[in-house]
Design a protein around this ligand. Structure first.
Ligand SMILES: [Zn+2]
Length: 375
């Protein structure tokens, strides 16, 4: 149950008295969300978490508390709050800016989160993203100076903020082997990474995973779940290798890790290589890259690019894997089917070159289009 009542409070900023609604009691019965947003009933009381003085506009959890800031400075700060946000979110943003100024990092983090939650409820996705992005900076700073327990909570929060703002690269980079992680934090981190790889940026609840660190009274569990980011990175590497069997296994694993549509370039690449099997690589026998060029994206091009070597590399040191990737990239970069936004990808057009390969046993020489490494 949550109960509330009307109270009369004198504003610490302007001295005027006003009626405010305050929560007397509220409980949360279930597990919170991954970003610690409380469950019902507490969740529905968010409108009462702040007071606003109707006379001067001072916003704080209790307007009887002093702002620890000059009035003029406070109003100037309030001016900077995002007025495109829903009204309650705007109030939380004002509070967040105030907390930031008086170096109350925890207060600011909390206020930004509240603002994001109000935006979530109102369907204001852009507003929610702005509030979470501001929160990320603060959480990172908070993590530099805090005890082990706080650090873990911040890690859990940061993982959710990064996923909810679509900041996948940064989430992938969070280290699941960090010795400071306890069972629950590591499990949460792995869970967040798996959600992100599945393109899931929605709110999730802590009760979706078993975070109990003890099986029974004596047996402490250790988190051994595989880090999906590491698994993904490994599968992506293998999915562009020229060994058919390794590639097939990697493709299956990739489809387990994330929606098949995201793996389309790798499936197309596989198809091109299988079709080309037994044929030489030269301009007479180009790879069939129409669908591949259409499906290409930066992630896939980067995987191929990792096999590019410079034209001055000793001929004996250039592997078939290098040649195939360089020739494939040449064809993709010169393909009319490459999406417009990738046309100038890493200034590919400037890096194209053609090489003549002499066949020692005949008078023939074949021409192959290659790319130079990125500068
Ligand atoms: Zn006031």
């Amino acid at each position: 149950m949550s109960t509330s009542g009307v109270v009369h409070v004198r504003c610490a900023t302007c001295g005027a008295q006003s009626e405010q609604v305050a929560i007397r009691s509220a409980s949360a019965f279930d597990e919170p969300d991954l970003d610690f947003r409380p469950s019902e009933m507490l969740r529905s009381t968010m409108g009462m978490w702040l007071m606003r003085c109707p006379h001067c506009g001072y916003v704080v959890d209790d307007i009887h508390k002093r702002p620890r800031l000059r009035r003029r400075e406070l109003w100037a700060l309030y001016e900077r709050a995002d007025d495109a946000l829903p009204e309650l979110a705007h109030m939380f943003h004002q509070r967040a800016l105030h907390c930031e100024r008086i170096r109350d990092k925890s207060g600011a983090i909390r206020a930004y989160l509240c603002a994001a939650w109000v935006c979530d409820d109102a369907g204001d996705n852009m507003g929610a993203k702005r509030m979470r992005t501001a929160c990320v900076m603060l959480v990172k700073r908070r993590m530099k100076r805090c005890g082990r327990r706080k650090w873990r909570l911040c890690t859990q929060l940061l993982a959710d903020l990064l996923r909810r703002t679509g900041n996948i690269q940064a989430l992938r980079a969070m280290n699941t082997d960090d010795r400071r992680l306890d069972f629950a934090t590591r499990e949460l981190l792995v869970f967040q990474k798996a959600l992100a790889e599945k393109d899931d940026f929605a709110a999730h609840c802590r009760d979706e995973i078993d975070l109990e660190s003890y099986d029974d009274f004596f047996e402490k569990k250790t988190s051994v779940a595989h880090d999906p980011s590491l698994a993904l990175a490994e599968c992506l590497k293998q999915a562009v290798l020229i060994d058919d069997d390794i590639r097939a296994k990697a493709l299956d694993a990739l489809d387990e890790l994330r929606p098949r549509e995201m793996n389309r370039p790798y499936h197309e690449y596989d198809g091109v290589l299988l079709l080309h099997r037994g044929l030489p690589i030269d301009e007479e026998y180009p790879f069939r890259t129409k669908e591949l060029a259409q499906a290409a994206n930066e992630e896939f091009l980067d995987m191929l690019e990792s096999h590019v070597v410079s034209s001055s590399t000793l001929r004996e040191k250039v592997t078939l894997q290098n040649e195939i990737c360089m020739a494939m990239l040449y064809q993709i970069y010169t393909s009319p089917y490459l999406p417009v936004e990738l046309k100038n990808y890493a200034s590919a057009q400037k890096r194209l070159y053609v090489m003549c390969m002499d066949d020692l046993f005949t008078d023939d020489s074949s021409r192959i289009g290659f790319v130079e490494p990125q500068g």
